[in-house]
Design a protein around this ligand. Structure first.
Ligand code: BGC
Length: 764
């Protein structure tokens, strides 16, 4: 293939419409949400889908580049650290006969931007640019490499239709002083530092221009600026290429400039086609391992592709010092802070399709354990209380106040009261260990997290006169109700956390006694304390009413005003805005899945008909004031066999970022909701659950779905699963690894590598 043909192939998006997301033209009102949705990322670098070419002063939107872990404290009153954007390395400016081509929407007769989900690239095609003396057609591509996360690539190819004028292309970096202070700016590299957190950033870049296949050296160059001038003529093909290499260093007083230059040199050595090929095959591997195919529902398929694209874009298995913020690297809502979203809504995807990424995310919690211990100690408890909002150090980052929609300043209590995060982290640690069998992780980090969080709950719960332990003054997942006592979600998760801590202590003692001696010695954990943990777990109230099987969401919840939410159908604002904060707090209106989330995470805690009873009670009371909520409801509805209701929740979740009608997407995509789409599908519709000796499937596909196909990994094995609803057959193939148990609706079968298994679900 000639270079020209390779370029043409690279610049052509995947033809199958199910693999791309496109937007035509330009709508200033929707531009911000498009930028979020069309973001590209590799877990280290994230770039919003803003256009690269200058459109004049009124239209300039820098393509924000986020670097994972690049937190700094802004000059705000409360000094909340947030992600600071790096310079926009994609800027280009065109001049024809000395006049800038501003590319106002009116100057571009057609413009289509395409996010190629399969190849992880943002492309634009068919831009016809008309200036008085010049007609051009342009195609562009940008990517951040999934194979070498430091590297970004930009390609612009232009064909001259008409005009023979002097043209200039200027390439530069923009926003170099947006949040960072530069240490040095050379021609090919810039080095910056954060103002307060001691981090450094280096960006090295080398653009090149070819005219009709021949390299055209820059006519001028300065500090991270280059320009090329020549006389164009019809038929000319101009190709602009730019690499960037980005390196973050967390070590104060270092200069990562050299490393960035080295990385740039390796990329230049590979060339754009080599960089693209490596990136494309890294994406192919991710799609192979994590793709989900739905036959019979194009809308759900599209939602899953979009979700899985962003999930694969968000993680970086080689950086244990960062986790995934609530908007991943696609926008700055929540300042890049990390919430329970990661452990509860994202980890299931990574654990089952990308264990190395899951491990790195959990190691971030291990590295931030000292801050979690300090938070617990600062509040008078033992063990580890993780930050509700966490950044780079793990210290509590939740702002103390925010501005409500009615412009009132309201106090935020989540940072001190939303403590279930500690149990959520423990839950994810356990699930990871259980699913991967990664004992090395348990010994290095997981056991300590489980023990320290278990210890936190054992000190947090207090024995009272009724002979029971209580946890008072918390906020559950439903943040509409604050300073509540005995939140069922918190208490049941806490009890589960303590019991798993006891299990891990027993496992260590039995299987790795030397490790136990060291760890228990270091944590000063003795038999008396373990006994106290057991007592707390055995006497902690849960709010369960044995007569009805209902968990009371928190003490006193059943006495609150019951509001019929169907009367508010069609509202466009959250229920706490409709009712006002005070009345909401006095009502049973729930912001998001709370008892339902418990049902999603620990279904075994709901015996017999209790699962359905709790879901039927709480589902109508939930106002879905958080993007996390519908998917969790969908997961539970699917497991309960109501696949049509589950499908409605899937569509509602998909609309959050794709339709941009429910919540604002301007500040980034909602990565937890996207994780929820995968959970709903694989854990809900396919009904996948982990057993001690393998995996179980209990499918409940929506009526129109013919089949659902996906892969998961389990303890070093790779399985391909397919639920064929039309034929009422569940098929599974063990593609790699030792024999294992694969059960369908609790009926176990032995699965061996190479031999497929087909199980009829007709009579099960
Ligand atoms: C939700 C939290 C969530 C956070 C970040 C809030 O609105 O209530 O549960 O962790 O957003 O996504």
């Amino acid at each position: 293939m000639t270079e020209q043909e390779t370029m043409a192939q690279i610049l052509t998006p995947t033809a199958d419409p199910a693999w791309v997301l496109s937007v035509d033209g330009y709508d200033p009102l929707r531009e911000s949400s498009i930028e979020s949705r069309f973001a590209i990322s590799n877990g280290f670098l994230g770039i919003r889908g803003a256009r690269a070419a200058s459109r004049g002063a009124r239209w300039v939107v820098p393509a924000r580049t986020y670097v994972a872990g690049l937190f700094d404290v802004s000059g705000t009153e409360h000094q909340t650290p947030g992600l600071v954007p790096a310079a926009d390395w994609l800027r280009v400016r065109f001049l024809a006969a000395g006049e800038p081509l501003l590319l106002h929407p009116g100057d571009v007769s057609s413009h289509r931007m395409t996010l190629d989900l399969r190849r992880g690239a943002l492309l634009s095609q068919g831009s016809r640019i008309k200036a008085p003396d010049l007609g051009l057609r342009a195609q562009t591509l940008r990517l951040v490499s999934l194979s070498d996360r430091a590297i970004g690539l930009q390609l612009i190819q232009m064909e001259v239709d008409s005009g023979a004028v002097d043209v200039t292309i200027e390439a530069s970096f923009e926003g170099m002083e947006l949040g960072l202070i530069h240490d040095r700016l050379d021609q090919d590299v810039g080095v910056w530092h954060t103002t307060q957190t001691g981090k450094h950033l280096a960006m090295a870049s080398e653009p090149a221009l070819q005219i009709d296949g021949r390299v055209h050296p820059p006519s001028a160059r300065g500090k991270l600026t280059w320009s090329w001038s020549w006389k164009c003529r019809p038929g000319q093909v101009v190709c602009f290429q730019r690499f960037v290499a980005v390196v973050r260093s967390d070590i104060p007083d270092t200069d990562p400039g050299l490393e960035a230059r080295d990385k740039l040199q390796s990329a230049l050595h590979l060339g754009w086609s080599g960089v693209f090929a490596a990136h494309e095959s890294a994406w192919a591997k991710r799609w192979h391992d994590s793709g989900v195919e739905v036959d019979g529902d194009a809308v759900a398929q599209r939602a899953l592709r979009f979700a899985i694209y962003h999930l694969n874009s968000a993680a970086n298995p080689s950086d244990e010092s960062v986790s995934i913020g609530a908007r991943a690297l696609t926008g700055d809502d929540y300042h890049g802070h990390v919430f329970w979203d990661t452990e509860v809504f994202l980890l299931p995807f990574y654990v089952l399709t990308w264990p190395a990424a899951a491990r790195a995310l959990l190691m971030y919690r291990f590295h931030t354990l000292p801050a979690a211990r300090a938070k617990a100690a600062g509040m008078g408890w033992r063990g580890a209380l993780y930050a509700w909002e966490s950044a780079d150090t793990g210290a509590e980052m939740t702002p103390l106040e925010v501005l409500a929609p009615d412009r009132q300043v309201i106090r935020i209590l989540c940072g001190s009261q939303e403590q279930h995060i500690s149990a959520d982290v423990a839950y994810a640690v356990w699930q990871y260990w259980h699913a991967t069998g990664d004992d090395g992780f348990l010994l290095e980090a997981g056991a300590e997290i489980l023990l320290e969080t278990g210890r936190f709950w054992s000190s947090r719960a207090k024995l009272e006169a009724d002979g029971c332990c209580h946890i008072r003054g918390v906020i559950g997942p439903d943040e509409y109700h604050e300073t509540i006592d005995d939140n069922a979600y918190t208490n049941v998760m806490a009890r589960w956390n303590i019991r798993r801590a006891l299990d891990v202590a027993a496992a260590l003692r039995e299987r790795w006694p030397a490790c136990w001696t060291t760890l228990s010695g270091r944590l000063r954990l003795d038999e008396a304390e373990l006994k106290q943990w057991r007592n707390v777990a055995d006497t902690l109230v849960t709010g369960l009413d044995p007569a009805t099987g209902l968990f009371e969401q928190f003490a006193g919840y059943f006495d609150l005003e019951d509001i019929d939410l169907t009367k508010y159908a069609g509202r466009t604002v959250p229920m706490d805005v409709v009712l006002g904060r005070e009345r909401t707090q006095q009502s049973q209106v729930v912001k998001q899945a709370d008892v339902v989330a418990l049902l999603g995470l620990l279904p075994e805690q709901f015996k017999g008909k209790a699962a359905a009873a709790n879901f039927r009670y709480y589902e109508p009371r939930c106002s879905h004031g958080s993007s996390l909520s519908p998917a969790m409801h969908g997961l539970v509805a699917a497991r309960l066999g109501d696949s049509e209701m589950a499908l409605r929740f899937l569509r509602k979740t998909a609309d959050i970022d794709l339709a941009d009608t429910q919540v604002a997407t301007d500040g980034g995509i909602h990565i937890a909701a996207l994780g929820g789409i995968w959970m709903l599908t694989v854990l809900g519709f396919a009904g996948l659950s982990l057993r001690d000796d393998g995996i179980d499937i209990d499918p409940h596909l929506p009526g129109d779905w013919h089949s659902l196909t996906f892969r998961v990994q389990w303890r070093g094995r790779c399985l391909k699963l397919r639920d064929d609803q039309d034929k009422q057959i569940v098929g599974s193939v063990l593609e790699a690894g030792e024999p294992m148990v694969f059960s369908v609706r609790s009926k176990p079968h032995e699965l061996r590598q190479g031999t497929g298994l087909q199980v009829s679900t007709a009579r099960l």
